[in-house]
Design a protein around this ligand. Structure first.
Ligand code: AMP
Length: 400
């Protein structure tokens, strides 16, 4: 069974074709700069050299058509006919409160996703567009939606409600949703497999630390709290997003700087986090580390605020779950930065968290990095959202 995974963003489309018999990747690729000049198709067949093509790609329809052409190409394609694709899995950012798991994308589901556009105005429209074009170009092939928010629909009311008038929840569904759900679910499942324990018996804190970051408390296999919330700015500080801060700052700054809603939004989403706190050094963690190593105070304070935030969430979620069996680090920073992992775990010995500096030298591969006598297992697990999407898609389409 072959499953195609599509992640359709505002100006790019990422894809991976899996052979689900052994979960291997037959080809993957990235269609970039859609609707902008100098569009590119990067196609990587697993058993051949990459093929990079420059071509005008005015819209998503053309982008997805070119993705299909690459997959079917006589020289560098990996399938001979579209019918070899058993199902297509789509990453969709926001499903509101409507879905707590992956589903077949029927017309009713598409209508429900369109209703969620106001909750994710930047992300859901290109996701929906990608689905519509795939439905059109691959008629009869089941299309499945896998939602970033779905894994967090198990979060209890006490953790998803904000302390603002309840009428805003009733009127506009203002609440904590959480994101990166597919990644948190994948690494929690892998942690249980590696530890050879049932997921249903474990308390795991999953730290997805990338350009966007979130931390989740996974108790007995379900998400019970997560650091991102209504939008994608809360929690720990990120590349350009602010993380938790006092909401009173928003009207204060709007008044002082005479800011519009768009301008304050730009500040909290695009000009804050690593970039803002470091006074413009970079939104990229590697650059900050390099500057911190040279003694740059701006980089040092930014990294300290970042790792302090991770530590605080680990403590909070250990309390929320009544203990913790494993802490998992994933995504760009979590998988690669031994310094971040060490700093985040420092001082948590009282919780039974003891990192092994030698084992912690690992980068981008699965490993247990805690001391043998650490009560809490500390783990590095590279995330694989595409495989998770492919697995859900295969399962749903097999049951049709
Ligand atoms: P992601 O959004 O998951 O691609 O992660 C991007 C973040 O991971 C950026 O802040 C990068 O600086 C960081 N990152 C990637 N590779 C490394 C590395 N080898 N060491 C430290 N940080 C890294």
């Amino acid at each position: 069974m072959k499953v195609l995974v599509v992640n359709s963003g505002s100006s790019s489309i990422k894809y991976q074709l899996f052979d689900m018999t052994d979960e291997s990747v037959l080809a993957k690729g990235l269609v970039e700069r859609i609707g902008i000049s100098d569009s590119i198709i990067n196609h990587y067949p697993s058993d051949r050299e990459p093929v990079i093509t420059h071509q005008d790609i005015p819209n998503h329809r053309v982008g997805i058509k070119l993705m299909m052409d690459a997959l079917l190409h006589s020289e560098y394609g990996v399938i001979k006919d579209v019918s070899e694709i058993s199902a297509v899995g789509h990453r969709v950012v926001h499903a509101g409160e409507k879905f707590s798991g992956s589903v077949l994308l029927t017309d009713e589901v598409m209508d429900a996703l369109k209703e969620c556009i106001e909750l994710a105005p930047l992300h859901n429209p290109p996701n929906i567009l990608g689905i519509e074009v795939c439905k059109e170009l691959m008629p009869g092939i089941p299309q499945v939606g896998v939602f970033d928010t779905a894994f967090h629909q198990t979060i209890p009311e006490c953790a998803y409600l904000y302390g603002i008038p309840y009428k805003f929840y009733k009127k506009y569904k203002v609440r904590r949703y959480g994101f990166h759900g597919t990644s948190h679910k994948y690494v929690a499942q892998r942690a249980a497999e590696i530890l050879e324990k049932p997921l249903e018996e474990l308390k795991i804190i999953t730290c997805h630390l990338g350009n966007g970051s979130s931390i989740t408390a996974v108790k007995n296999g379900i998400s019970i709290d997560t650091s991102l919330g209504f939008g994608t700015v809360a929690g720990i500080i990120m590349g350009t997003r602010c993380g938790d801060f006092d909401p009173a700052i928003i009207p204060f700054l709007m008044d002082k700087e005479k800011l519009t809603v768009e301008e304050i939004n730009k500040i909290i989403y695009k000009e804050s986090g690593f970039l803002g706190l470091s006074e413009g050094i970079s939104s990229d963690k590697r650059d900050l580390r390099e500057r911190a190593n040279q003694g740059d105070e701006r980089a040092i304070r930014t990294i300290s605020a970042f790792t302090y935030g991770i530590k605080k969430y680990i403590g909070a979620y250990a309390a929320a779950m009544g203990g913790v069996d494993a802490i998992v680090f994933t995504a760009g920073i979590g998988e690669n930065s031994k310094e971040t992992r060490a700093e985040a775990c420092e001082g948590l010995e009282f919780l039974g968290v003891k990192i092994d500096p030698e084992k912690n030298k690992v980068s981008a591969k699965e490993a247990i990095i805690s001391n043998d006598d650490s009560k809490v297992k500390i783990m590095v697990i590279p995330t694989n959202e595409e495989l998770m999407i492919a697995k859900d898609t295969a399962e749903i389409s097999a049951n049709l």
